[in-house]
Design a protein around this ligand. Structure first.
Ligand SMILES: [Zn+2]
Length: 413
């Protein structure tokens, strides 16, 4: 339905009202800033990388937004763009596993169903063997190894059924019993309640590994795709509101602040004088730690992002806060230029600084992957034409995007 296709724009555009319908568009850090960030990151690379990246600079910039478009096609895409850190207590979140596989082991629940149709949570939060596993190091190692082999490949695949025999054997071999008696399992499955709170810093680890591997193989298509996409996720990781459950000010009466901070302001001011000079990329000794520090830094800014807007709204003339504007032929109501400028000033250039930090981080990530892969020669590296499957996948992604039905949170980009 055409009208429905534009409904999700409303929160993004800050109380925006669509007066006529049109194709879905987004005004987030995504479609303007994500492209700009990838383009500027290319220009910071050393000559050995620049020759390849510069040839494909348009592709890398254009495809910076693919992860957002894929959110319309895959239910597993959304959680990669954010993390609700406040769901895990308070900074510095020491108990939160920094490694992706350890987080999955800790939070994903494994269940067994008995012949009597008893569904029992065995491992993970609330699991009957959870405490025992954590107390006993050999058992914990055994469970980790089982999880990595049997559960991990299925996560984000759509399949949740586990191999019953393997799980039964694992319980037997480790003498895991219920009330002193062996547990007889008829079927087994796992449940992921964890990813709904977002997996952004963990997903970045996977992307970094995949990009390094693509360099190792000198797989030009994958280097381009993964470079474009990790640029996107690193961008999201620099946005404070991508690290909180109050991601659109909905808990504090500031609905629409997400799009205000990450789209309206860069769109209005980025071309007018943001300083993008970031210097040469730096080699990252520990990318996992780096991605976490980036996310935690963003989270530390959430309070300012919300507090300054609330204070400004109270003192700024109410009739000069929202103004009519046009976007792709659609009439909208968005924060006025002066109001946006006042917010930007109250934040003391935070948005410009975060954008600059993103460019540097994207460049650091690409450079580090290339170095870790042994600095492969990228000169004369050809990019083959996309095969039929890749073309089909891209066409489907675009089609889902056009349909305008997002799978997951509407305000997270
Ligand atoms: Zn995103």
């Amino acid at each position: 339905m055409r009208f429905r296709s534009v409904l999700w724009l409303l929160p993004v555009l800050f109380f925006a009202q669509t007066l006529c319908a049109g194709p879905p568009d987004t005004a987030d850090w995504g479609f303007f800033a994500h492209r700009r960030i990838n383009r500027l990151a290319v220009l910071t690379l050393p000559p050995e990388m620049m020759t390849f990246y510069k040839t494909h600079i348009d592709w890398i910039s254009d495809h910076a937004v693919d992860p957002d478009m894929r959110r319309y096609a895959s239910p597993f895409e959304g959680p990669r763009h954010f993390i609700d850190l406040d769901m895990y207590g308070a900074p510095p979140f020491d108990t939160l596993p920094r490694e992706r596989y350890l987080a999955l082991i800790k939070f994903i629940k494994t269940y067994g169903v008995t012949a009597a149709k008893d569904t029992i949570c065995l491992f993970g939060p609330g699991g009957i063997f959870e405490a025992q596993t954590l107390k006993d190091a050999p058992l914990e190692n055994a469970w980790r190894s089982f999880f990595v082999r049997q559960v991990m490949p299925l996560i984000y695949s759509g399949e949740v059924a586990l191999n019953r025999d393997s799980l039964q054997a694992f319980l037997k071999n480790n003498q895991l019993e219920r009330q002193g008696r062996p547990l007889r399992i008829e079927t087994a499955f796992f449940k992921d309640d964890f990813s709904t709170h977002g997996i952004l810093p963990w997903h970045l680890q996977k992307m970094q590994r995949d990009l390094t591997e693509a360099f190792r193989r000198r797989d030009s298509r994958r280097i381009l795709r993964l470079s474009a996409e990790i640029g996107h996720y690193i961008g999201d990781g620099h946005v404070p509101l991508h690290t909180t459950s109050n991601y659109n000010g909905q808990q504090t009466g500031q609905h629409g602040i997400h799009g205000f901070w990450e789209s309206r302001i860069p769109e209005l001011f980025a071309d007018e004088g943001y300083d993008y000079f970031v210097g040469k990329p730096e080699y990252l000794r520990n990318t996992t730690e780096y991605f976490w520090q980036m996310t935690l830094a963003s989270h530390s800014m959430v309070d300012s992002v919300l507090t300054f807007e609330r204070a400004l709204r109270l003192k700024f003339p109410a009739d000069r806060q929202l103004c009519p504007d046009m976007r792709n032929g659609i009439s909208i109501i968005a924060p006025c230029r002066d109001y946006a400028a006042a917010y930007q000033e109250a934040l003391d250039g935070m948005i410009e600084r975060r954008m600059r930090a993103t460019i540097h981080a994207v460049s650091n990530s690409w450079y580090t992957a290339w170095v870790d892969a042994g600095q492969p020669n990228l000169k004369n590296l050809e990019v083959p034409v996309a095969d039929a499957e890749a073309q089909k996948e891209e066409a489907e992604m675009k089609k889902s995007f056009e349909s305008g039905k997002i799978l997951g949170r509407p305000e997270e980009h």
